[in-house]
Unconditional design. Structure first.
Length: 662
C-alpha cells in the first residue's frame, strides 16, 4: 500500500478520536426491538399496534390447532389493556437448560428467536415460526403480566418494556385451571398517547380466528365504556363448519351462479398439513379474497393462492372440454377469480413468509400441495351436478368474453396510436406486442443497464420497457412550460397515450399497468417519488383507477449450498438468516442496481407475475380529497423548503424509533 495514503493532515471535521471503540454500540436483549420496532411489526401505526394483539392471539391459536386448547378468551379493558387467555398446556416454567438461572417463561419473553416452534416436537404447524412474537410484544409494552397454570399450580410474573419487574413466583393453587394468560398495555413511548386498540377491529379478529379452526371456542369481552352498536360487551364464537359457515354468512341472500358454493377440507399427504377452502360466485359483486396460513392472514396471497388459482382454472378448462365448449381452453385464472367470494386456509410445516409481518406466503411446496388437494374436489363439484357445472362455466365464459372484448378495444387504440402521425411513440420505448391474454404492462426503469436486463427478462407479448435518464423533473416545483419542455416527461406522456391535466383519461391508457421499477436504494426511492408526484399532479385519473404500481426488487441474494433466497431489505435478510438459513454458512450478495441482476434473476424476483410482488399506488383514505393530497405533496415536494423542514421536525421522533428501510 502506498505511503501517500497516510501523508498530510486529517480532513476537516474528521478527528479519529470521534470514532473509536466507544462509538460501537451493542444492543442487548430486546433493545433492538425498542430501537427499531418497524423491523419487527412493520411500523408504529395503528396496523402495527394491532399486530401486537395478533401475535399473542396466534400463540393461543397454535395451542388450539395442535389439539391442546379448546377455548380462548379475549378481553379489552379500559386503559388500553388487552388480555388473552387459553386453556392450553401453559408456557413451561421450569429452568431453561441453556440458562439455568432463568425459567423457560422468562427466556421466551425476553429473548428474540426463542420458542417451541423451530422444530415439530411441540407444534406440527404454527403461525409463530420465528420466535420473536411474544418477546416483541413484551418489549413494546409498558406493562405485561403473564400467568401460567400448570400441574394445578398458578405461576405469575410481571414485566415492563421487556424487562422482568419481579421474579417468577407461585401465585397459589389452580386445581381446575390450566393454560396461559397474558395481559399487556402497549407503550405510549413507542406508539403515542392517541394509539388505542379499536374494539371493532379486535372483535372482527376474534370472530375470524374462530372461523379458521372449527375446534376452538373464542369468548369476547369488552369494557362497557368501549362497547358499541356493532361491538357487544360479550360474545362467544364457535363455528363447526369453519370457512363454509363464514362464507355462508358473507354471501347472505345474494344470488349466486350456483345454489351451493364450493367448499371442503383435505389433509395433505405424509402429514404435511391440510387445506380448507370456500368459494362462491355471486352474480353481481366485486368479490373479495381472504388468504390464511396457519391461521395467520396473508393479505398479499402467495404460493397457496397460486395453488388454488391453478386448481380452479385447470378444473374449469377440463370441464369445458368435457361438455364440448372448446373456447374454455382460453380461460385464465382471473376469469375464475374476479367477482368471487373466496376464502383459503392452509396449515403447513415450516411456512416461509416474505417478512416478519407475514403478509405473503412464499413456501414453494404450498402451491402444488393446494392444487393437488383442491383439484379433485373441484372436478367432482362440477361433474356431479352437470347443471351446476354448466351454470358456473357460463358465468366464467361471459367474463372471458368481456376480458377479450376489452383487450380488443385496447389493441385498436394501440394500433391507432402507433400508426397515427399525431402520436408518435418515443424511439427508446421497447413496446410489447399485446398478443397475450394477460394485462399489458409498462415498466419505467432507470438507465440503459436496467433497460437491457429488463428487455431480456420481460414477456415481450405483454410487457414493455421505457428507460429514463436518472432523476426526472420535480413537477411539484416546476412551471407548466418547464414540464412540457422536459424530454423525459414528454416521452412518458407519449408512451402512455392518456393525456395530462384536465385532458387525462385513464380509458385511453395504452397499458393496463404502469410499473415503476427502480433500484432498491435511496436514489431509486427518490426517482420513484418524483414519478409518483408526476402521476398524481399530471395524470390523477390514472392513479385513482389503480393503474400505477411500484415494483419490489430485492436488495440481497442469500445462498447456502443448493438453497437460495432473496431479501428486499436488511430486516428480511436478518429474518431469512435466522430462519431459512439458521445455523448455516450463508453467502450474501448485495445488488447495487437492477442492471447487476441477470435477466433470469430479474424475471424471477421482479417481473414474473407468478413470483413478484407489486405495491399499488393509491390515495390514502385520509387524503381522498384531491385538495388535501395536493397540499401534502406541495409541502413535501414543493418550492418552499421550510415546509419540508417543518415536516421533518414534526416526524423526527418517529423516524428515530422506526426503521429507515421500512
Amino acid at each position: 500500500m502506498s505511503d501517500d495514503l497516510f501523508e498530510g493532515a486529517e480532513p476537516p471535521q474528521s478527528k479519529s478520536s470521534d470514532y473509536d471503540a466507544s462509538a460501537i454500540e451493542v444492543l442487548e436483549g430486546l433493545e433492538p426491538v425498542r430501537k427499531r420496532p418497524g423491523m419487527y411489526i412493520g411500523g408504529i401505526d395503528e396496523r402495527a399496534l394491532h399486530h401486537l394483539a395478533a401475535e399473542v392471539i396466534d400463540n393461543s391459536m397454535d395451542e388450539a390447532v395442535a389439539g391442546h386448547a379448546t377455548r380462548i378468551e379475549i378481553t379489552l379493558d379500559e386503559g388500553n389493556k388487552l388480555t388473552i387467555a387459553d386453556n392450553g398446556r401453559g408456557i413451561p416454567v421450569d429452568p431453561h437448560p441453556k440458562f439455568p438461572d432463568k425459567s423457560a417463561l422468562e427466556v421466551i419473553l425476553t429473548t428474540l428467536h426463542s420458542g417451541g416452534k423451530f422444530s415439530d416436537k411441540a407444534y406440527a404447524t404454527s403461525g409463530g415460526l420465528h420466535g420473536v412474537g411474544v418477546s416483541v410484544v413484551n418489549a413494546l409494552s409498558s406493562e405485561m403480566r403473564v400467568e401460567v397454570a400448570r400441574d394445578k399450580v398458578l405461576h405469575a410474573q410481571d414485566y415492563s418494556r421487556g424487562k422482568p419487574v419481579n421474579a417468577l413466583a407461585k401465585a397459589g393453587g389452580a386445581p381446575n385451571r390450566r393454560g396461559t394468560t397474558i395481559s399487556f398495555v402497549p407503550d405510549t413511548e413507542i406508539f403515542g398517547e392517541k394509539a388505542l386498540f379499536k374494539p371493532r377491529r379486535l372483535f372482527k379478529l376474534a370472530r375470524s380466528k374462530a372461523y379458521l379452526f372449527a375446534g376452538v371456542e373464542i369468548r369476547w369481552k369488552c369494557a362497557s365504556a368501549l362497547a358499541g352498536e356493532d361491538v357487544p360487551e360479550e360474545a362467544t364464537f364457535r363455528f363447526p363448519g369453519g370457512l363454509a359457515d363464514h362464507l355462508r354468512e358473507q354471501l347472505g341472500s345474494r344470488e349466486c351462479a350456483t345454489a351451493e358454493f364450493f367448499h371442503g377440507r383435505q389433509d395433505f399427504p405424509d402429514g404435511e398439513g391440510r387445506v380448507e377452502w370456500a368459494v362462491g360466485w355471486p352474480l353481481y359483486s366485486d368479490g373479495s379474497h381472504s388468504w390464511y396460513c396457519n391461521t395467520i392472514p396473508t393479505p398479499d396471497g402467495g404460493t397457496h393462492e397460486n395453488g388454488l388459482r391453478a386448481a380452479l382454472l385447470k378444473g374449469m378448462r377440463s370441464f369445458g372440454e368435457l361438455v364440448g365448449i372448446k373456447k374454455a381452453s382460453g380461460l385464465v385464472a382471473d376469469d375464475m377469480m374476479s367477482g368471487a367470494e373466496l376464502m383459503l386456509s392452509v396449515f403447513i410445516r415450516d411456512p416461509q413468509f416474505q417478512s416478519q409481518t407475514k403478509d405473503r406466503l412464499t413456501s414453494a411446496n404450498a402451491a402444488k400441495l393446494v392444487e393437488n388437494a383442491v383439484r379433485d374436489h373441484f372436478d367432482h363439484f362440477l361433474s356431479d351436478n352437470m347443471d351446476r357445472g354448466k351454470a358456473l362455466l357460463g358465468l366464467v365464459m361471459e367474463r372471458m368474453e368481456e376480458r377479450l372484448k376489452r383487450k380488443a378495444e385496447r389493441d385498436i387504440k394501440r394500433k391507432t396510436a402507433t400508426s397515427s402521425r399525431k402520436l408518435r411513440l418515443p424511439g427508446k420505448l421497447i413496446d410489447c406486442t399485446g398478443k397475450g391474454d394477460e394485462p399489458t404492462e409498462l415498466f419505467i426503469v432507470e438507465g440503459d443497464s436496467a433497460s437491457g436486463s429488463g428487455k431480456q427478462a420481460r414477456n415481450r407479448d405483454t410487457q414493455a420497457i421505457l428507460p429514463i435518464r436518472g432523476k426526472i423533473l420535480n413537477v411539484a416545483s416546476a412551471t407548466k412550460a418547464k414540464i412540457l419542455a422536459n424530454q423525459e416527461i414528454a416521452d412518458l406522456i407519449q408512451a402512455l397515450g392518456c393525456g395530462t391535466g384536465k385532458d387525462c383519461n385513464a380509458a385511453d391508457l395504452r397499458y393496463d399497468r404502469i410499473i415503476i421499477m427502480t433500484d432498491a436504494d435511496v436514489d431509486g426511492a427518490h426517482i420513484a417519488t418524483l414519478l409518483m408526484t408526476l402521476f398524481f399532479q399530471e395524470m390523477t385519473d390514472v392513479v385513482k383507477n389503480g393503474h400505477v404500481f411500484l415494483a419490489q426488487p430485492p436488495l440481497f441474494r442469500l445462498s447456502s449450498g443448493s438453497t437460495s433466497a432473496y431479501a428486499k431489505d436488511e430486516a428480511q435478510r436478518e429474518e431469512l438468516e435466522a430462519t431459512l438459513f439458521k445455523g448455516k454458512k450463508v453467502e450474501v450478495s448485495r445488488f447495487k442496481g437492477l442492471g447487476e441482476m441477470n435477466p433470469a434473476q430479474l424475471r424471477e424476483t421482479t417481473m414474473d407475475p407468478a413470483t413478484r410482488t407489486l405495491l399499488r399506488i393509491e390515495l390514502p383514505r385520509e387524503y381522498e380529497d384531491r385538495a388535501s393530497t395536493k397540499d401534502l405533496i406541495d409541502r413535501l415536494m414543493g418550492r418552499n423548503p421550510e415546509h419540508r423542514f417543518q415536516f421533518i421536525q414534526d416526524h423526527a421522533a418517529q423516524v428515530d424509533r422506526d426503521t429507515i428501510d421500512a
